[in-house]
Design a binder for this molecule. Sequence first.
Ligand code: ZN
Ligand code: ZN
Length: 174
Amino acid sequence: MTSLTPETTNPHGGHTLEAMSALWSGELRSHGRRVTKQRLAVLAAVHGHPHSTAEEIVQHVREDLPTITVQSIYVVLADLTAIEMLRKFQPPGTPGLYETRTDDNHHHAFCIRCGRVEDVDCSVGEAPCLTPSESHGMTVLSADIVYRAICADCAAREAAEQESSSGPTAAVAP
Ligand SMILES: [Zn+2]
Ligand SMILES: [Zn+2]
């Protein structure tokens, strides 16, 4: 996990939190939502910690707003996802991860060992990115790919473990 003060910079750009808040306020209004400190706190938490679970977002929001209830954070998350200010995606074995990067057709690489998630840009530059072999008469809007992967750290750890278990002098005297 990163430090507890990532709020001043945007991992994808260089925007300050104030600039992002102004942007989010405009977007909220355009969706007919009131700009509340709860909604802005949830957006800031997800923005500062992309690919977080709802539970993790609760922790981060409560650093700013200690009195907000878990229930109201879940309601805000669901609403912001419905109006597409947040994107929720669900790699296997996770309860669903949220991010603010909603304006492109990017995919995710997911480490099946430790759960690490990284953004992967759209393979061909525009949605739907992948043309299905059979669309069943449906109009395909986008492809949302989860690349199942093993991250470099996990691969290195597994290689080291294999080495020590098969090494000739691995036994430790009792
Ligand atoms: Zn890993
Ligand atoms: Zn992402």
